[in-house]
Design a binder for this molecule. Structure first.
Ligand code: CA
Length: 764
């Protein structure tokens, strides 16, 4: 056994036994080593490194059970096809690499098995790297049954990859990657040197788990290639993987090289798409995409040449534009390598799309992206949606797409070209579907949709069996109820004894005073047991949503009249530091009053590098406030980063607010995110925005917001509703809105729906 030999040799050296004995032992050890396969258990990185100096083909190195803190493993060795060298663990699940740990693999015929990375982050750019450095890559290696769980730095915009695949003929299989939160692709196949081209890697049976919205570009789950190397062949196969709620950004899978195959993967409730962003000759077949009606769940996006999309299954996908169930893009004439190549010679055939909201052709058509698809075919697909008639959107000339043998549900409208229905190539027909093992099968059309011979990937048959599946979605009201009696700091005491999902119940009509700020470390609901209790506080904030925290307030009255007399107080604030976890802040049936002890008193104060998954204000009143209510404008670099995704304000009343009621800011021209998304309904603004410190000079300011539905609003004696529409074909509606003695509605662009918007002037 190599390590025993090593330690034995070390010992005899230490004990200075005579040279002759040493040589005899050395020789016998050498002869023994040459003919045997050895198994070594190591318990420190130093021991591992010593073993690596004398490792032989066929050897197995075993990491001892326990926590390996700050352990950077350099697994550099040469095995053979018959005798690979294996790095494994004593017991799967009992070896965890924590703190600043990672592994680099280079050489030939190596196997890595059973590593778990958690409670920390990689000190380098990758957690698992298939290379030592740019010269020394890994070939014919396999990484299997490894776990990377929530292994993130504290800064959300510090970039890293969890897996960087280099070299050739490597396999990454049966791994579980869950909870990546910072910027950077979860797994990247790199083609940045000749040693990594035509790599024939296989990525299979992995479980790609929950990935939260990043709120910026750089949240892809799997990327193969980069635009720079995108016209080179990668020949990577991605099959039998399960992608679950991978919702970092628009691209879940970003194909950026040639001749890759994506086969028999399940993409479950992912808010994004499988995108053929760059590179040609991609095959996308037999994949299962389930949206379950969730917002922004996307499908397959075709760009470039000679792409084949066949026998895929899409159900319940709601996404539109670039994340439609099926998108065929427009390209840029003579496109630079990093823009959009024209779609040519591509095929979408035998796909089954059931209850998917959108199929879009020539998406992205604009002055730059003017090259329409050519010599492209859409044949023998079933598109069935009895809930929505208008499934097709056509942005440009689709005469370059040949339609043939497609079947539509009878209610579906035909796609149009230059205002005329595309008459041939579509047949409207009732079809009977039967659900078999979770998948709808159209009776009489066995060749349409995925072939059921192969097992469909699920959470159960991918990843590892010995590690628990993690649910990292933010959930309220899942825990116990804790009663907090009226009095001083009783809310704080209740929060201290709480766990995630708990509900803190306040006495009906109770009087609560906090002389200390309350840190919210996990998801908590604080609600009244009847009539609104009143909460007063002294410090610069009442609730601090710390990293990992989320807060729901129900039926409370919060008054600022006992606050310390400082400028810049707030009721709720986020962490002052980068929050790697997204948060939610919800308030319903709450009154926020008398936040006026000094200037710039906010309801919610957010800091840079924080991101709200959602903020919802329902049936709330805001009265007599010197600062802002929602001011989400801390990302000022104009690179597409912003502070919150879903903002819902419904049935609220804003009265005498010095600053803005709502300010959402997303600068730059990036197209890889969906938000911010605003739903603003049945709400009144009375004397809002008039404080001289309000730099926005608005009551509501929306900059770079991508979706805003505003309906039934009333502005009185208030500053303007200002919109700056940037990119992403924003979908903005302003309906049934009255501005009375107010500055009205302003916008840089009139590409939005304006309906029943009136201006009134009367005596103040
Ligand atoms: Ca992207």
């Amino acid at each position: 056994m190599v390590s025993e030999h090593y330690f034995f040799l070390k010992r005899i050296k230490d004990q200075s036994v005579n040279k002759f004995t040493s040589i005899v032992i050395l020789l016998s050890v050498f002869i023994y080593s040459c003919k045997s396969v050895s198994v070594d258990t190591v318990s420190t990185v130093d021991e591992f490194e010593e073993v690596m100096k004398i490792v032989n083909p066929g050897d197995v190195i075993t990491l001892k059970d326990g926590v390996w803190e700050n352990s950077e493993l350099e697994f550099y060795a040469i095995g053979t096809a018959e005798k690979p060298i294996k790095l494994t663990v004593e017991n799967k699940g009992k070896v965890t690499l924590e703190g600043q740990s990672n592994i680099r693999i280079s050489g030939e015929h190596l196997i890595v098995e059973g590593l778990v990375f958690r409670n920390g982050h990689t000190p380098t750019g990758e957690v698992i790297s298939f290379k030592k450095d740019s010269e020394n890559l890994c070939n014919n290696c396999r990484v299997t049954e490894c776990v990377i769980d929530n292994y993130n730095p504290s800064e959300r915009h510090d970039s890293d990859y969890w897996v960087g695949m280099y070299g050739k003929n490597n396999r990454f299989d049966h791994n579980y990657l869950v909870g990546k939160r910072n910027r950077g692709v979860t797994m990247a196949v790199r083609l940045n040197s000749t040693g990594s081209l035509e790599n024939h890697h296989r990525i299979d049976h992995n479980y790609f788990g929950y990935r939260q919205l990043l709120g910026s570009n750089g949240g892809e789950t799997l990327r193969i290639g980069t635009s720079h190397h995108s016209l080179k062949n990668s020949n990577t196969t991605v099959e039998d993987n399960y992608f679950e709620m991978c919702s970092g950004e628009l691209e879940i899978i970003s194909n950026k090289s040639c001749q890759n195959t994506f086969r028999n993967n399940t993409i479950f409730e992912c808010k994004g798409t499988l995108t053929m962003r760059h590179g040609n000759e991609t095959i996308v077949e037999n994949n299962y995409l389930f949206g379950n009606g969730k917002a922004n769940t996307g499908g397959i996006r075709i760009i470039n040449e000679t792409q084949t999309v066949r026998n895929n299954y899409c159900e319940g996908l709601t996404g539109y534009r670039f994340r439609s169930a099926l998108t065929i893009m427009n390209g840029v004439p003579n496109s630079p390598i990093n823009r959009y190549f024209q779609v040519k010679d591509s095929k979408a055939s035998n796909n089954l799309l059931v209850n998917c909201d959108n199929i879009q052709f020539c998406a992205g058509s604009d002055a730059e992206r003017s090259a329409v698809p050519v010599n492209t075919e859409m044949k023998n697909n079933i598109i069935y949606n009895t809930n929505k008639d208008e499934v097709f959107t056509v942005y440009d000339d689709i005469s370059g797409i040949n339609f043939e043998g497609n079947i539509l549900s009878p209610n579906c409208l035909l796609p149009t070209n230059k205002g005329r229905n595309v008459s041939s190539g579509f047949e409207k027909k009732e079809i009977t579907f039967k659900r078999v093992e979770g998948v709808l099968r159209p009776e009489g059309y066995d060749d349409i949709g995925p072939n059921s011979d192969k097992e469909r990937p699920t959470a159960g048959n991918t990843g590892v069996s010995w590690y628990p599946n993690k649910d990292y979605t933010i959930n309220f009201n899942t825990g116990k109820e804790i009663k907090a009696a009226s009095g001083e700091n009783t809310i704080l005491e209740a929060v201290k004894s709480s766990s995630s999902g708990d509900v803190i119940l306040l006495e009906a009509g109770g009087l609560y005073h906090q002389s200390k700020a309350v840190n919210i470390p996990h998801a908590l609901t604080i609600k009244s047991d009847g009539d609104q209790p009143i909460i007063t506080f002294e410090r610069s904030s009442l609730f601090n949503i710390e990293n990992g925290g989320s807060l729901s307030l129900e039926g409370l009255k919060i008054s600022g009249d006992k606050c310390d007399d400082y400028a810049g107080n707030s009721v709720v604030r986020t962490s002052r530091y980068s929050m790697i976890n997204n948060y939610k802040f919800l308030a319903s049936d709450c009154d926020f009053v008398d936040l006026d002890v000094n200037h710039s008193f906010n309801v919610l104060r957010v800091f840079k590098n924080t991101f709200a998954d959602s903020i919802s204000l329902m049936n709330c009143t805001f009265d007599n406030i010197t600062g802002h209510v929602l001011n989400l404008n801390k990302e000022t670099e104009d690179i597409g980063i912003y502070n919150g995704e879903n903002i819902i304000v419904e049935n609220c009343r804003f009265n005498d607010i010095g600053g803005v009621a709502i300010n959402l800011y997303r600068g730059g021209r990036d197209e890889s995110t969906f938000g911010p998304i605003l739903n603003l309904k049945s709400t009144t603004f009375n004397n809002v925005g008039n404080d001289k410190r309000n730099k926005e000079d608005s009551a509501v300011s929306l900059h770079g917001v991508q979706v805003a539905d505003m309906n039934n609003l009333s502005f009185k004696n208030s500053k303007k509703l200002d919109m700056h529409l940037v990119v992403g074909e924003p979908v903005i509606k302003v309906r049934n809105t009255v501005f009375e003695n107010s500055d009205g509605l302003t916008s840089n662009d009139d590409a939005y729906l304006k309906e029943n918007v009136t201006m009134k002037r009367s005596q103040k």
